[in-house]
Structures are given as C-alpha cells and as structure tokens.
Design a binder for this molecule. Structure first.
Ligand SMILES: [Ca+2]
Ligand SMILES: [Ca+2]
Length: 470
C-alpha cells in the first residue's frame, strides 16, 4: 500500500515538475478512427468493381497504408456481418445469422471490440450505423458516447416509375434529391466525428463513423448524380443463361431473395430484376449507386482531412471497411443476401504509418473476422482470447508475404462460401455446391463443382466449412 502511494506521489511529482499530462503508457497507445460504410461493394477505384466508380478519397487512404484487394465479408447482411466483426466470432459460433437476431439477447456475455478497448483504457465513441440499425447505438455496453443525428432530411427522391417492392424487404428505390449536403444524416455524422478530432482527449480513443449510404434508398443530392450522366452509364457484365448451371439453392438465392432473417423465401410479388427491366431502371439504379458511393467518398475525404489537421494524425490507426457486397443485376440478382463474389467482396484499408506498410496493395484473401484481433494487436494491448480470427499485423507490415488462410463467408445456417487463392467454393445447406476459378472466370459464370477434375480442390475447400454450427 505504502509502495503504491509512493509511486502515485512520484508520478504526480514528475507530472507537475515536467509539465506532462499523465505519463502512463495509455498516452502512447494509438487512437483508432473506424470508418464503416454500409452496403459498399467493390465499386471503388482501387478494387475496380465498376469502371465508372469515383472514389479518390477512399483510394488515397491507401497511400498511407495497406489496401486489401481480396477482403471478404463474414456474412452478406448488415446485422450478422457487423455482429461477427465486432465480436470477432463467426455466425456459426454465435448463431447470429439474420437481421432479426438481437445480439445482446443471444450473446449477453460476449465482449465486443469496443468493450475490450474500454477495459484497456480507451474511450469509445460512435455515430451513424455501426451496429445494425440506422442511427442507433446498438449496444450500450460498447460505447462511452453515441452521436445520434436529429433533424436530417427525410426527403425522398423516389423515381415514381419504379413501384415500391411489396415483399417486406422494401426500400428498393432511388433518385436525386434537392437538399444541401448538410441536411444529410451521413454529413452530420461526419461533422460530429470531425468535431471530436479537434478536441483534447485525455485517453486514447476509438472513434467510429458509420456511413449509411450507399445503403438503399439511394437518395443523395443531385450534384452527385450529375457526375454520372445517364446516357454514359455502363451496366454490369452479365450472361443471360448464367443461372442455368446453378443448383436449385443457388437459383433461389439469385431470383427469389432467400432471407436468412426469416429463414424463408421472399417470393411474393415481382422479383427485383424483373421490376428493374420492366420499368427501365437498370441504368438509373447503377447511376444512383455510383452517386451514393461518390457522396460517401466525399465525406471520407472530409474525415481524412480532419484527421490530418488534428494533433492525432501521426498516432491514429484508420480502418475503412464496407460491410458486404451488393449485386446490381449480376446473376439477375439485386441486393446482398447471396454468396458470390459480388455479394462478399469488399473494400478494406488500414493505415498506421508508425508500424505498417504504406502505399501497398495486399493481394492475399483476408476476412473481416480478423479486424478485432488485428486492432487489439496494433493497439499493443493484451491479446483477446477466444476469438475466431487472427491478427493481420505481420501481413500489414509485409503485405507480399505468403499468407494462406482460406476465407469463410456465411449466409444463413448451412450456407457457406470459401475463398482461397483463385477459387470460390459455395456449399448450400442441402449439400449442393458451386465452384469458380477466378483466374479465367472473374464473373463466376462457369460452375465447375460437378466436373471430375474439380473434386480434389472441392475436397480441400470443404474442410474450411464449419462442422458444428450453432
Ligand atoms: Ca449492410
Ligand atoms: Ca453460370
């Protein structure tokens, strides 16, 4: 007791004498700026998912860090993707497969990334969409403070030519709106994050900015639409008979919007792609998605500028990720909720100039399951036991090193995709499967899973699929 008291006295004495704030190791810990972008697929400049995508700000983050060219979501749906990333546990470990799983009811004792950082001396603040639920904290145990935007525009720019889809998943609409950027919820969230960056923080901080666009509905100010003239829009490359070689489950995922939340097919009413074609909306949809991405990219730029101007620029890890992919007509599919490249391939960039590589692209497949252990490792706090992923620190320091960990994505119990090297293997709950070779089939048009000479690789990739699932 006496010893502790003496130590406290000495620390106080040196603090006062040398004028330092608080000479503890926590002061040296890096801050973390955590940027989540909802429903952003690989239509960003550095991933080349669409030739017209304009994302100069997302791309410029790579100059100070590492961009992953083959990063994959854990689950192609908001809630399971975010819960898995923030708990570091696969859906097959937790049983959180759908949007309707309240994760705290299911996992009362699991420690989120934010909770773990808090218990190691961090302040955790967030705004926008981090957990599933737009503009809601999602988990009170995770946050010291949560910014909730109020009074932002509810204006709709819905294209009246496109009837609202009646299948319950709704919100399938888009169009330009006539409001200043400042009226947008995402801009208010970004401005709040910027205001945090000019404050004095006495503890290291985890500061999360959850952008809601390009989630539907794709309503953003008109100036972003103007960057993509309708008559110049390039549609995704599709093959008309692409579905013919899919097993029945694959066809259901593509056409009938199988729902992991409901555990059923949503097949009332007309299907998305039929509606889009019937009402001549394909180009308008592509334009609106590109406009929504450009809008968000602008405010990613604002955050990076805000960080650069702050005193935290040199000691802040920046993480940027899109929660899962999105189809815009490929395989006649729209939205997420499937296990192909378009629904699982996502942007993922980390910068931390003090430690990891700069201006690098890492081509090894990686999973968001690794974000939690990676940030813990980079922050220099004790390893968190019991997580499903593994730190990527070594790979971030040396992005060209050999790294052969297959990546698993899951949509609903029993449906999985494995990405390893040039391969994607999909297995559905009825045992049917698909196999694609990305070396010569980047659009995943040719299902090889029944071919005799595929059986060796199928056998190898099958081993990655969890045997026991919660
Ligand atoms: Ca999402
Ligand atoms: Ca095909």
């Amino acid at each position: 007791m006496i010893k502790i008291k003496s130590l406290c006295f000495l620390i106080t004495f040196f603090s006062i004498f040398f004028g330092c704030d608080s000479p503890n190791v926590e002061q040296e810990r890096p801050n973390i700026l955590f940027i989540a972008i909802d429903d952003l697929n690989d239509w960003v400049g550095y991933l080349g998912g669409h030739p017209q995508a304009k994302t100069p700000n997302i791309d410029r983050l790579i100059k100070r860090g590492v961009g992953f060219s083959k990063a994959y979501t854990i689950a192609p749906l908001c809630n399971p993707s975010r819960v898995a990333l923030l708990t570091g546990l696969y859906p097959s470990t937790t049983g959180v497969y759908g949007n309707r799983n309240n994760f705290r009811k299911t996992l009362p004792n699991k420690v989120t990334l934010m909770q773990y950082l808090k218990s190691n001396g961090y302040t955790t603040k967030g705004g926008g969409k981090i957990f599933h639920g737009n503009n809601r904290p999602g988990d009170s145990l995770s946050w010291d403070y949560y910014f909730v935007s109020k009074g932002h525009t509810r204006k709709s720019g819905r294209d009246r030519n496109l009837p609202k889809v009646s299948t319950g998943a709704g919100w399938f609409n888009w169009g330009p709106i006539d409001v200043p950027d400042e009226q947008m919820q995402d801009v208010r969230t970004a401005n709040w994050v910027k205001s945090e960056l000019i404050k004095n923080h006495d503890k290291p901080f985890f500061l999360a900015c959850g952008f809601y666009r390009p989630h539907l509905p794709w309503f953003v100010p008109k100036k972003y639409f103007d960057k993509f003239p309708l008559d110049e829009i390039i549609l995704p490359e599709v093959k008309l008979d692409d579905l013919d070689d899919l097993p029945e489950y694959g066809k259901r995922f593509a056409r009938e919007r199988y729902s992991a939340s409901w555990g059923t097919d949503l097949n009332e009413g007309e299907r998305d792609h039929d509606l889009v074609i019937k009402y001549d909306q394909w180009k308008k949809g592509v334009q609106a998605y590109l406009a929504s991405i450009s809008f968000v990219d602008t405010y990613v730029g604002e955050l990076l500028d805000g960080l650069d101007k702050s005193k935290y620029a040199d000691n802040t890890i920046v993480v940027l990720w899109g929660d899962h992919g999105w189809h815009l007509g490929e395989k006649q599919h729209w939205r997420k909720q499937a296990l192909w490249e378009d629904t699982t391939h996502v942007p993922f960039i980390i910068s931390y100039p003090k430690i990891i590589a700069k201006n690098s692209i890492c081509e090894s497949p990686v999973s968001f399951i690794d974000i939690y252990p990676t940030l813990v490792d980079l922050a220099g706090i004790p390893k968190k036991e019991g997580l499903d992923g593994k730190s990527l620190k070594e790979l971030l320091v040396n992005p060209s090193m050999e790294w052969n960990r297959p990546v698993l994505s899951t949509y609903g119990k029993g449906n999985h995709a494995v990405r390893s090297g040039k391969w994607r293997y999909i297995e559905y709950r009825d045992g049917s499967s698909e196999l694609y070779n990305h070396q010569n089939d980047p659009n995943e048009w040719c299902n090889l899973s029944d071919k005799e000479d595929s059986q060796e690789i199928v056998k190898r990739l099958k081993k990655v699929i969890p045997v026991k699932e919660k």
